[in-house]
Ligand binder design. Sequence first.
Ligand code: ATP
Length: 458
Amino acid sequence: MPRPDVLDSLVSLAKRRGFIFQSSEIYGGTGSVWDYGPLGVELKNNVKQRWWHAMVRERDDVEGLDAAILMHPRVWEASGHVAGFSDPLVDCKACKARFRADKLTDVACPRKPSKKPGEHTDCQLTEPRQFNLMFKTFMGPVEDSAAVVYLRPETAQGIFVNFLNVQQATRQKVPFGIAQIGKAFRNEITPGNFTFRTREFEQMEMQFFVEPGTDMEHFERWKQARLDWHLGLGLDRDRLEFHQHTEKELAHYARAAFDINFDFGGSLGFQEIEGVHNRSDFDLRQHQEFSSKKLEYVDQVQNKRYLPYVLETSVGADRVTLAILVNALREEAVPGEQEGRTVMGFHPALAPIKAGIFPLTKKDGQPEMADKLAAALRKKFTVFYDEAGAIGRRYRRQDEAGTPFGITIDGDSTKNDDVTIRFRDDMGQIRVSTSKVAEVLGAYLDADHARAESTRVG
Ligand code: ATP
């Protein structure tokens, strides 16, 4: 049975709670561009940091890079993007809408949303024609063809052109990788489904350079490592699957390619969140030819030189953040209460706010004690202080923000110098002395469990 479509409720929760806003909303919005609000920027930063940790900091065979968005225009000729980075575009002469010919099943007919484009009797689709997805602009004050530059449609090319710079600067030996996180731009024909397909997005890409002949064994290892990373984010196992590219889908230079797909529910269903590709030596060979600069690796041990093969892992920071939001959203009944609750059950490490701090009343020294505790915890964790409204409502507000821990200061706290920690997922509570709160939260976060349950620690 397909999982329910939660995108509409997510869009309204995201706006209401400050995860994601439509770009330039007061002007009617910009086509498929989104802004991350206070909770969203923390969530997405946590995703990016987790990736950077796993891919760069925790390894000694991957180096970091931050290449510029604007590159020499020849880069995009060498990479094949000028000639071939296009999607098939069809127009509907009846309603004037435009669609990607290979993704007609992902969108609705504007005249009859229950049908797909081409299925309604009025539809008059043209033959597909190729549409280049790169955004063009001009470098310098003169707007002529010699000044054309592109906004990069992927971060990978910044890595390829810096391959020898990084190798020589770090004295890494093949096999080794280069990783970077950065913005990419694609003039998508049919963007949509919230932040799933946008025209400006962030990629987290890693290119791993290996000796030809050893590529498939590295490929298998990276494929598994990347799936494990997604599982470590708390994405449900049965919402993740590999999709192997068919002969038709496979780029001409690629030796193998798998997508990691996530089930977004509803009609979107399983869709790519990451690609793991064996790109052979295509990219380095192209850049070597177009730049006339040797890009070979000199293997001093084996006394030979060669162009390494490249294994690429490419994941969208926004798309995986959307998967995390979809995976986290739960509407559930609360035993003994009439109203249910909405919970964003984020992995605690990803949660934008780690703890809510609530004095039970606004008197008897409770706000002062809570304020002091909040200030101390802020040095290590993102915390949110809230003294407004009934305690149940304050818990609910933090459940919706995905805050894993709620710390309550009550009448006994001021006497005994202790507090209650309430857990978002099982709503269990433990009593902890004030001086130990940071340690207990730290222990939960270090344990890196995908859920916050009161039985685990304490
Ligand atoms: P698709 O088939 O969905 O257009 P793709 O195969 O062109 O994607 P890649 O070029 O492999 O995608 O990009 C790698 C990753 O970058 C994707 O798995 C996705 O997470 C992200 N990505 C690509 N295009 C977009 C976009 N328009 N909006 C958001 N994320 C994107």
